[in-house]
Design a protein around this ligand. Sequence first.
Ligand SMILES: [Zn+2]
Ligand SMILES: [Zn+2]
Length: 342
Amino acid sequence: MGMMKAIRKKVAGPGLELCEVEIPQIRGDQVLVKIEVAAICGTDLHIYNWDQWSANRIKPPVTAGHEFAGRIVKLGKDVTHLQEGMLVTAEGHFVCGQCYYCRTGQGHICDDVKILGVDVDGIFAKYAAIDAGNIWLLPEDSDPALGAIHDPLGNAVHAANVHCLTGQDVVITGCGPIGLYCIALAKQAGARRVFASDINGYRLGLAKQLGADFVVDAKETDIADLVKEVTGIGADILLEMSGSRQAFASGLGALRKGAGVSLLGIFSDVVNMDLDAVIFNQLTLYGINGRRMFDTWYEMEAALESGLNVKPVITHRFSFEEYEKAMELMNSGQCGKVLLIP
Ligand SMILES: [Zn+2]
Ligand SMILES: [Zn+2]
């Protein structure tokens, strides 16, 4: 069917390679998408850096990448609800449909999930084969760059929307892209005050741009002290997006009794926490994994349609050829969301 460029993990070990591979064949229940914009996720950076998680999970060769917007160029023979030319993105978790979780409306925690760009060839390529049931239609006139960040934005929507943020004091620890989306979501929901912390000055600048009322450099100020000083009682909600033990501890310290917590940042080692503090303060902790299929997607569509502005989070664009530069920039932390353009 012809050849295309793809950014792949060819062998176990650090790095990725830009190579020529065959344009994928699609199954009857898939569509072929021409990728217009790809976005780099923390997951892709793990795969590039080849950390312990990647070494355990990735079976090379595989094309990386799962965040994209593109146009359908070919339909599998069984696909009747989509058309060629449609601007789309997709849920990157392919679920089994058979397990307990899939059958109880919790496909996002499926026991047999296959992840795009992790377990199956991803979208750092000119074309990608995507299961038709995972396709999400984007408005025809929308910016494909926004389409490409639906996956991580969905994580933020999932973490934010397990709480009612309206009128609440909200603490967000960690201002990577998902933390930044959370700031915008909290402001849109009508939070009373949004407190955001990070240790990276560049990202704190973005946090301000996204509308955080208080921006805290965690190297200098304990967010718990500031929140207690401003609110008198403590915050209502903590959205933990950093995966840092210190940040989590400070975030918990910032809460009033009866507060709600979303945990999305992934901790690299075991976190010891004082469960008595949870019990006596009557906290509610939610673990957040991926995006609910497809409840979260509809909520995200509604938020974007209502004017949610997350464009400032997108700070850099690179061509496929410059992928190493893009990955190194992400390793430096001096960026928001980084896009790759095929
Ligand atoms: Zn992602
Ligand atoms: Zn399942």
